[in-house]
Design a protein around this ligand. Structure first.
Ligand code: DCP
Ligand code: MG
Length: 371
């Protein structure tokens, strides 16, 4: 690792989808600080500032060298005044006083605690905070608060699902779901996606894409898998969303956070005996199982590549792919399709490589998408 940018270094693109970002982050000391600031801005609805800091963090994550001076960053994109001021502080004092202040802030800590519960977003967390609640027991003893099913299960399994999921646990879950899928149809295709596909060692959940070459059967396949897992007694919670996918309504002009494919948000019971290296981080090691959050999404086969690209992330990588498509190519990209606005036509893809090629982008491997 160099402490200065190599002299003949190519310019760093402002688009995350034109950078190669592995899980090795040489500038964690800065990017962790930016993330704290971004979270605070996010909960105060200061979206632009939040995005600005996330972009700055993403650029630093892509560097094969550790920043040791502000001068070495003058050629880098997306580093605004605020980001540079924070870096300056960290370079001089080893930490940012602004970040330290936020970390010790009661509101920040409480919001972080409440939103760590499955089913609790910033709005609910803020509502509870404004009611004066500061701990889980404050919330759980307030009889005027009605928890939905998802939140009830979030609290019920909090210990397990707030603990990171290991790669070995993700693999074990994959084999459990794969067995169920193949018992239903030998044609089932199950792909591990999300952070684990990008090579991360740990994740907060496990994401899968499920499909079948039998067009139109993907949704019932997903429903049948759920039934089977339930029968096996390993489904602790299931929030199912049926498909609202309608080819005739594409392309969707305004990007929505969620795609329209059939999907489910699960809490699954994972037996220790199924995990090669045993369960991750269980104190005392007396438990024979743990609860894990699992997402399963089921697009029709001819939209598989788009869904895979979208669900593989990272969030910033996807965001910049869509932005690059829109700004540089006059195209609309989302988890469903790619549309050329100039030619008024959809561009088909069976692999992710097809999509990068349509966009005129160099292919970036999943493990290089940790932007
Ligand atoms: N995603 C999406 N639509 C959603 C939610 C997520 O397209 N409604 C994408 C963006 C993410 C990927 O799916 O990169 C997986 O989402 P996660 O929140 O599970 O993120 P990661 O898997 O990248 O991280 P973690 O390791 O924390 O699970
Ligand atoms: Mg994930």
């Amino acid at each position: 690792r160099e402490d200065f940018p190599p002299t003949a270094e190519a310019a760093v693109s402002q688009y995350a989808c034109q950078r190669r970002t592995t899980t090795e982050n040489n500038n964690k000391i800065f990017t962790d600080a930016f993330e704290v600031l971004a979270e605070r801005y996010q909960s105060n609805e200061m979206e632009r500032r939040c995005l600005g800091l996330r972009r700055a963090a993403s650029v630093l994550k892509s560097l094969p060298w550790a920043v040791r001076s502000l001068e070495s960053t003058h050629n880098l994109p997306c580093l605004g005044e605020h980001a540079k001021a924070v870096m300056d502080e960290i370079l001089e004092h080893g930490l940012s006083f602004e970040v330290e202040k936020i970390l010790s802030d009661e509101r920040y800590q409480t919001m972080k605690l409440f939103t760590s519960v499955f089913g609790v977003g910033p709005k609910t967390a803020d509502k509870w905070y404004r009611r004066g609640h500061r701990s889980f027991s404050d919330v759980l003893t307030d009889r005027s608060i009605h928890l939905n099913q998802m939140q009830q299960n979030g609290f019920l399994h909090y210990g397990d699902i707030s603990r990171a999921v290991s790669k070995a646990e993700a693999r074990a879950l994959m084999s459990v779901i794969d067995e169920a899928a193949h018992a239903i149809t030998p044609n089932a295709i199950l792909t591990l996606t999300g952070g684990f596909r990008r090579g991360k060692e740990f994740g907060h959940d496990v994401d899968f894409i499920l499909t079948t070459p039998e067009q139109g059967k993907e949704e019932s396949l997903l429903q049948n898998i759920i039934k089977r897992l339930k029968k096996q007694g390993i489904l602790l919670y299931c929030e199912y969303q049926s498909s609202t996918f309608d080819m005739s309504k594409l392309p969707i002009q305004k990007f929505k956070a969620m795609d329209q494919f059939a999907k489910c948000f699960l809490i699954m019971r994972l037996e220790s005996s199924r995990v090669e290296e045993g369960l991750h981080n269980v104190e005392g090691d007396s438990k024979s199982w743990r609860a894990v959050r699992v997402d399963l999404v089921s697009p029709p086969m001819d939209h598989y590549a788009f869904a895979l690209l979208g669900w593989s992330g990272s969030t910033m990588f996807d965001r910049d792919l869509r932005r690059f498509a829109r700004v540089e190519r006059r195209m609309i990209l989302d988890n469903h399709c790619l549309y050329n606005k100039t030619k008024k036509e959809f561009l088909a893809a069976t692999t992710e490589k097809d999509i990068f090629a349509h966009l005129g982008l160099e292919y970036i491997e999943p493990w290089q998408r940790n932007a």
